[in-house]
Ligand binder design. Structure first.
Ligand code: BG6
Length: 518
C-alpha cells in the first residue's frame, strides 16, 4: 500500500496518541523451555524488554531459560545481548544504542539459566526448586521447544506436581506452534495436555493474534454500526485473505520440508484472520464468548471431498528468480531441501463457510514465500452495483468496491469506491478512502508477542486458541492434506512473482481476480 491518501490527523487525534496505561502484571516466574532456540532471542526477550519499558512487568518477575546445553546465568544473558546488538548492527543501526543501558540492566538482572534435559525428571525437580526460591508461587511455562517435546514437557511438569494451582498461585502453560501436523496429531496433543491440566491453564499461541491490526478487526466490526449493516452475503461477493512474504525458507529447510505452507500458515494464521472476519458478534469480549464464536465459525468451514479439494486448491513452489534486482535461488536449491522436493511454498484455497451470514460467499485464501511483495491483507469484495444508470458512462468496467484490511505492512483500512470525476459529463473514477494507523497512533516498536506474554501473565485467554478451535482448523485442512496424497502436483513459480498461474485460474474460473499484491 503505497498510494494511500494521507488523512491529516486533527488536534483531537493527536490527543489519542497516548494510550491508557495497562496495569502491571502480577509477579511470576517465567520458564522459557528451549532457551537456546531462535524464538527466545529473536522475539521473547525483546518482548520482555518492551514490557519492562512499558512498566508492565512486576519487579519480582524472573525469567529462567531452560535448555540442555551447559551455560551460566551470565553466559546466557551475554548471548542474548550479543544477538540483539548484532541484529541492530545488521540493520545498519548502532550496536550501543540497540539497548537502553538502564532498562537492559534491569532485565538482565532477572534473567537466569537452568541446564536440564526436557526428558529427565531431575530437570523438573530443579524447576520446582526455582519456584520454591522465588518471591512468588505463580509460574508460566513457555514451550518454545521443538514441537516434538510439547507433550513430554507438559506430562513431566504434571507428574512433578508443578501444574497444580492454588487460589494464590497460578500455573500456566504457553504452547508455541506448530500445534500438531494434522487433525489426529492435534487431537492427540490436546489429550495429552488436558490429561495434565485444565483448559484454562493452556495458552496456545498464534502470533497473528498479537498483531494490533488483527485485534482491531473485532473492534472495528463490532463498535461501528456501519460495518455490520453490510457484513453478509447480501452485499459481499467474496473475501480474499492473503499472507504474502518476500522471504524464502531461510535456514529452516529441515522444518519446511516436513511442514510445507499449508500446515505452516493455514490452519493457524490464515484461519485466525478468517475467524475474525467471519465470526458472529460475541456476547462480550471475554475469552469464552470470543472463543466460542471463533470455534463455531471455523467449525462451519465446509469439509470438501477429494475431488472438490483438488479442484479448489493450488500448490506452488518457488523456482529461481529475481527479487529487488538480485538473483535468488529456488526452493530446491535451499539448504537441507531435497533437490526433488514436492513440498509447497505457496498455497491458494477456495473455502465456504456454511452458515446464514456467509452461505454462497467464497473465501479465497493464499499464502506463499518469495512473492513479489510482503502483503498481509483481507480484501472484502462487494457485489456489483446494478449498472442501469451507468450504461452510457465512460468507464471500461466498473470495478467492485473493496474494503481492504491491511494487516502488514502499512497497517490500516481502505475503502475502494467510485466518485464522479469533476466536469460536465458523468464520468466515474476509482478512488480510495483510508485510515492509516501511523496517521493516528504513536506505535512503539513491538514484536507482537508483548500482548501475548502479558496476557499469559494476567490470565486473559482471549487471544489464545482453544482446543476446539485448533481441531476445527485441522478438520477443515485435512481434506486438502489427504487429497494431495492422492493426486495433483506442485506448480512452479518464479521467485519474485505473484505466485503460480494456477492460483489466478482458481479465481478466473469464477469470473474473479486477486486483489494485486502491493
Ligand atoms: C510463522 C511461520 O508462523 O509465521 C513462518 O512459521 C512465517 O514460515 C511467519 O514466515 C509469518 O509471520 P509474519 O508475522 O511475518 O507474517
Amino acid at each position: 500500500m503505497t498510494d494511500s491518501p494521507a488523512v491529516t490527523p486533527s488536534t483531537a487525534a493527536q490527543e489519542r496518541r497516548s494510550c491508557t496505561k495497562a496495569p502491571t502484571a502480577p509477579p511470576a516466574t517465567l520458564f522459557l523451555f528451549g532457551a537456546n532456540g531462535d524464538l527466545v532471542k529473536r522475539l521473547l526477550i525483546p518482548s520482555l524488554y518492551n514490557l519492562l519499558r512499558d512498566g508492565l512487568l512486576d519487579d519480582r518477575t524472573q525469567i529462567i531459560g531452560v535448555d540442555h546445553n551447559p551455560n551460566s546465568d551470565e553466559g546466557f544473558a551475554d548471548r542474548l545481548e550479543a544477538f540483539i546488538r548484532d541484529q541492530a548492527e545488521a540493520k545498519g543501526k548502532s550496536r550501543d544504542e540497540a539497548l537502553d543501558a538502564d532498562l537492559w540492566g534491569q532485565l538482565r538482572g532477572r534473567i537466569r539459566y537452568l541446564q536440564g534435559d526436557f526428558l529427565e525428571d531431575a530437570t523438573y525437580q530443579a524447576v520446582g526448586e526455582r519456584i520454591a526460591q522465588a518471591d512468588t508461587d505463580n509460574a508460566v511455562f513457555y514451550l518454545a521447544t521443538a514441537a516434538r517435546f510439547f507433550g513430554d514437557v507438559a506430562e513431566r511438569l504434571g507428574k512433578a506436581g508443578l501444574l497444580e494451582e492454588r487460589e494464590d498461585a497460578y500455573r500456566r502453560l504457553v504452547v508455541e506452534k506448530p500445534f500438531g501436523a494434522d487433525l489426529a496429531s492435534a487431537q492427540a496433543l490436546n489429550q495429552r495436555l488436558l490429561a495434565n491440566m485444565e483448559e484454562k491453564q493452556i495458552y496456545r499461541i498464534d502470533h497473528y493474534l498479537g498483531k494490533e491490526t488483527v485485534q482491531n478487526i473485532l473492534v472495528s466490526r463490532f463498535s461501528n454500526a456501519l460495518f455490520e449493516s453490510f457484513w453478509n452475503n447480501h452485499y459481499i461477493d467474496h473475501v480474499q485473505i492473503t499472507a504474502a512474504e518476500t522471504v524464502g525458507v531461510e535456514s529452516r529447510g529441515d522444518f519446511y520440508e516436513k511442514t510445507g505452507t499449508l500446515r505452516d500458515m493455514v490452519p493457524n494464521h490464515l484461519f485466525q484472520l478468517l475467524a475474525m472476519v467471519a465470526m458472529e458478534p460475541p456476547a462480550s469480549f471475554n475469552a469464552t464468548s470470543v472463543r466460542d464464536e471463533k470455534a463455531k465459525v471455523v467449525g462451519a468451514i465446509r469439509p470438501q471431498t477429494t475431488e472438490e479439494a483438488l479442484a479448489n486448491s493450488v500448490r506452488g513452489q518457488y523456482a529461481a528468480g529475481t527479487m529487488n534486482d538480485k538473483p535468488v535461488k529456488g526452493y530446491r536449491e535451499e539448504e537441507r531441501v531435497d533437490p526433488e522436493s514436492q513440498t509447497e511454498t505457496y498455497v491458494a484455497l477456495k473455502l465456504f463457510v456454511d452458515n446464514w451470514r456467509w452461505a454462497g460467499v467464497p473465501f479465497y485464501l493464499r499464502t506463499g514465500k518469495r512473492l513479489t511483495a510482503r502483503d498481509t491483507e483481507i480484501a472484502i469484495c462487494f457485489k456489483h452495483a446494478p449498472y442501469a444508470q451507468f450504461r452510457d458512462t465512460k468507464i471500461d468496467r466498473m470495478r467492485p468496491n473493496y474494503l481492504i484490511i491491511q494487516i502488514q505492512p502499512d497497517e490500516g483500512m481502505w475503502f475502494d469506491f467510485h466518485a464522479k470525476r469533476p466536469g460536465p459529463l458523468v464520468e466515474l473514477e476509482n478512488i480510495r478512502m483510508g485510515f492509516a494507523y501511523s496517521d493516528f497512533f504513536e506505535m512503539q516498536p513491538s514484536t507482537g508477542y508483548e500482548t501475548l506474554i502479558y496476557d499469559s501473565l494476567i490470565g486473559d485467554q482471549t487471544l489464545f486458541q482453544r482446543a476446539d478451535n485448533i481441531e476445527n482448523g485441522w478438520r477443515a485442512v485435512q481434506p486438502f492434506l489427504d487429497a494431495w496424497q492422492q493426486g495433483g502436483a506442485v506448480e512452479s513459480y518464479a521467485a519474485g512473482s505473484a505466485g503460480p498461474a494456477g492460483a489466478d485460474e482458481l479465481l478466473q474460473k469464477d469470473g474473479r481476480s486477486w486483489h494485486p499484491l502491493t
